[in-house]
Design a protein around this ligand. Structure first.
Ligand SMILES: Cc1cc2nc3c(=O)[nH]c(=O)nc-3n(C[C@H](O)[C@H](O)[C@H](O)COP(=O)(O)O)c2cc1C
Length: 161
């Protein structure tokens, strides 16, 4: 099973989860690169506004060829109740090349329902597995077990691939 993890991370939470899942699955990870300065209060504001407006922004072409993988795991922080704008842009651009999808989010709070619905709409796929890790989960050790369950569920779903 060849797995590619595509993620965006402004402050490092989503990246650390992507790296952890990557190690457990022996997967390749790649961060979506955009050209916005998202630092500081202004960066926070710009990011929240883009996500809320469901904006598509320019992103760099991926280094990896998605069509060579069995599964793409997509990771995003929650911004203003939505997925991050770089990840929305990635999904819109590459949706037809994604063979199977799994999804993880990191957030301040627990409400990620809208994001999962939108991913299903954009990709026209039911994700193999989804998980949300709140900043509280990440602070506590409980997130390790949650990541393990996510990885196990992916392995179970794709064991004949
Ligand atoms: C612009 C912005 C908007 C956010 N909006 C939400 C939100 O609506 N709901 C929520 O639970 N967390 C929200 N957060 C918190 C992030 O989702 C959370 O801290 C996440 O783990 C950050 O991931 P990162 O470190 O990979 O960038 C927001 C953070 C930013 C920067």
């Amino acid at each position: 099973m060849k797995v590619l993890i595509i993620y965006y991370s402004r402050s490092g939470h989503t990246k650390s989860i992507a790296d952890m899942i990557g190690k457990r699955l022996g997967a390749v990870t790649e961060e979506v690169v955009d050209h916005r300065n998202r630092k500081g209060l202004w960066g926070f504001f710009v990011s929240g506004r883009e996500a809320y407006a469901k904006k598509i922004i320019p992103i760099e072409k991926l280094k990896n060829d998605i069509s060579l993988y069995d599964l793409v795991i997509v990771g995003t922080p929650v911004w203003a109740g939505n997925m991050s704008s770089p990840i929305r842009s990635f999904l819109k651009e590459y949706k037809d090349k994604i063979p199977r999808i799994a999804f993880f989010t990191t957030s301040g709070g627990p409400d990620t329902k809208n994001i999962y619905l939108e991913i299903k709409q954009i990709t026209a796929q039911k994700p193999v597995a989804v998980i949300n890790l709140t900043n509280q989960d990440i602070k506590k050790q409980s997130y390790l077990k949650m990541v393990d369950n996510f990885v196990t569920s992916i392995k179970e779903n794709l064991k004949d691939k």
